[in-house]
Design a protein around this ligand. Structure first.
Ligand SMILES: [Cu+2]
Length: 640
């Protein structure tokens, strides 16, 4: 069992007797933390006590904008209120798309019941306002089911107790219940303070962070946790050193694009750029901000069969942008529907499929996005919208699968007819999919459950010790004790992208909470490896390695780096020897072609990843000769 390196696994907080001292100056500390208002004013119930403005970020996507409960605490997404307070969420002029304000976790009553009015959710993503009254003291976290890095936290504090009440236990929306004073509770709290403040993101660039320090200072305020223990929240602060850039020993083929979704530039108000790394030199060669369309949160990309354009979703908008891969010239900006998330092509026609995350369908467009050809529903009439996120297409263009984040299931579609063939229940908040190169089975990552659902297409193909089964749940937390933090094997919490390698041997998953990469061997459908990644790792995609084999490229939201994973250094087909082979900083350099000037959060927000040339079975066979010539015979035919 290897240990995760210190830059991704900050010291786990262990309760100590010395901390079990009620701090009599707690109220004063809170006053100092707030720095502006006496506590007495804050605990006055008002209606609403906190108004969260939903916005396109980055950082405080749920920004506490008004109300006596808003506190400045190294985050703008936290409110402290008294019991009986009304909390309001407004999806108005500050965001271009729809969202949900869904309970991620909430406290339990003294009797062990859910806090009143919990869980809070909506049947579909909305524009407009939502409100909820919070009565039970403790910690509440709200999340957008479409964009699950959008977070708001509310502490309902009983003024009669010492320290801000986080509650004895919290329950996650999937039912998992843990003490607030537990490893998982602590990880979630820390993650909240990192995610909601871009100043807490990791800067792996020695040019701007010479000591490669990573410090996250939580407020010096006392909180009351499990068993009435009072401790300073600042005990959970992070102070460590990050890894710097280094190049892999073996070059890649072509280039890799990363959506640096949180990078701000001078020429537009909305965040996000698409960054290209030449993987033969590991230099950042291109960065597209598309200021002429105020490109909004570029999230995921794909390319046409000739590898000439980049299809670029804008996740906080309703449009798909298409730009020239070499010149960055904008070709098209097409309305496709609310919160377009992922994009892939259909290999038999080179048509384009965009998942409409804020709605109930996938949009099919003609080549280069010239026209909208079809609207393909992903659920049956009368059902709640599925809010599909990262769909995957099969090698032959015949099958599409979607993870439906709103309805906890996955849809399989027959693409030529556009009809639903199957719907399979998954875990809570399924967000991404990956498919075998022969379409024998696919994998769905379940964000809140921290699991992967293997689903067979046709004959039972999900492997177990007792033989193949139709469906299998692969827990990413089986080797983790959420209370004491013990890790006894590969672990991943809050998994996101989960592609299958072009030759079908491995499933590689980026796990955003634990900052770990986990690898499943498709021959057993068991976890075989864990590697460290940067804060909020999110995107994974494969690209060809010079001379044969593959790299997996991993992006991280709360960081400015791209990691290069060599899944199989000894070439034996097993990923048990996988290593981090390199790290590239995603900021512009002297030779970078760009259409705008980066200003803030430079290179940050890593999400969608796309390798050129496209190495996947079905697509690789259609590459222009120029690209085929750079691949080995096995790469040109990855799945015999
Ligand atoms: Cu959202």
């Amino acid at each position: 069992m290897e240990r995760v390196s210190p830059d991704v696994r900050p010291p786990v907080f262990k309760p100590k007797m010395s901390l079990r001292i009620a701090v009599v100056v707690g109220v004063l500390a809170l006053g100092a933390w707030l720095g502006r208002e006496p506590v007495a004013d804050l605990v006055q119930a008002q209606s609403p006590a906190a108004v969260f403005q939903l916005n396109d970020g980055p950082g405080p996507w749920f920004r506490c904008a008004s109300g006596s409960g808003c506190v400045a605490a190294g985050t703008q997404s936290l409110a402290v209120v008294s019991p009986g307070s009304v909390i309001k969420f407004i999806g108005g002029s500050e965001t271009e798309t729809v969202h949900t304000t869904t309970s991620l976790l909430w406290p339990l009553t003294a009797g062990g019941a859910d806090a009143q009015n919990m869980p809070f959710d909506q049947a579909a993503a909305f524009r407009g306002a939502q409100a909820v009254t919070l009565n039970t003291p403790g910690l509440y976290v709200f999340v957008c089911k479409l964009h699950p890095f959008m977070l708001a936290a509310v502490i309902v504090d009983d003024a009669a107790t010492t320290g801000l009440d986080l509650g004895d236990q919290v329950r996650l929306v999937n039912g998992l219940t843990v003490p607030t004073l537990s490893d998982l509770g602590v990880r979630l709290l820390r993650a909240f303070f990192v995610i909601t403040n871009p100043q807490n993101y990791q800067d792996h660039n020695p040019a701007t962070n010479p000591g490669l320090a990573w410090q996250v200072n939580l407020p010096a305020v006392d909180v009351r946790v499990t068993g009435g223990v009072v401790l300073p929240l600042s005990a959970l602060s992070i102070d460590t050193v990050l890894g710097g850039p280094f190049n892999p020993g073996v070059a890649g083929v072509g280039e890799v694009w990363v959506d640096t979704e949180y990078e701000n530039t001078a020429g537009k108000t909305k965040p996000g750029t698409a960054t290209a790394v030449d993987v033969t030199t590991w230099q950042v060669t291109k960065k597209a901000a598309l200021p002429e369309i105020n490109m909004n949160n570029p999230h995921n990309m794909w390319t046409d069969k000739d590898q000439t354009v980049i299809y670029q979703t804008q996740w906080f908008s309703n449009k798909l942008a298409v730009f020239d891969r070499q010149t960055l010239k904008l070709l098209r900006n097409i309305h496709v529907g609310d919160a377009p998330a992922h994009v892939m092509t259909r290999v038999d026609t080179d048509q384009v499929h965009v998942s409409v995350n804020g709605d109930d369908h996938v949009i099919e467009l003609s080549q280069i996005g010239k026209n909208i050809d079809r609207r393909i529903p992903i659920q049956f009439a009368g059902e709640n919208p599925g809010h599909p996120h990262a769909h995957t297409m099969s090698f032959d263009g015949q099958i599409m699968v979607t993870p439906n984040s709103n309805t906890a299931d996955s849809t399989r579609i027959d693409v030529p007819s556009g009809s639903i063939v199957d719907k399979t229940p998954t875990g809570t908040l399924p967000i991404a999919t990956g498919m075998m190169p022969d379409a024998s089975k696919y994998y769905v990552s379940n964000y809140v459950d921290s699991s992967i659902t293997c689903i067979s297409i046709g004959a039972a193909s999900c492997q177990t010790a007792g033989g193949p089964v139709a469906k299998k749940n692969i827990s990413l937390l089986a080797n983790y004790n959420p209370v004491n933090g013990d890790i006894t094997g590969p672990v991943g919490a809050l998994p996101i992208q989960t592609p299958v390698s072009p030759h079908g041997k491995w499933v590689i998953t980026a796990n955003t909470l634990t900052a770990t990469i986990t690898i499943i061997d498709t021959a057993t459908d068991e976890l075989v490896k864990m590697l460290p990644c940067s804060a909020g790792c999110h995107g994974v995609n494969f690209g060809a390695k010079a001379g044969g084999g593959y790299y997996a490229y991993v992006s991280s939201k709360f960081s400015n780096d791209l990691l290069i994973v060599n899944p199989d250094p000894n070439g034996d087909g097993s990923a048990g020897d996988a290593v981090i082979a390199g790290r590239v900083i995603l900021v512009t350099g002297a030779g970078t072609l760009t259409d705008d000037t980066p200003t803030l959060n430079r290179g940050m927000g890593g999400q969608g990843v796309l390798a050129i040339p496209n190495p996947y079975n079905g697509w690789v066979q259609k590459l222009p000769q120029f690209w085929k010539d750079q691949l080995t015979p096995a790469q040109r035919q990855p799945f015999p």
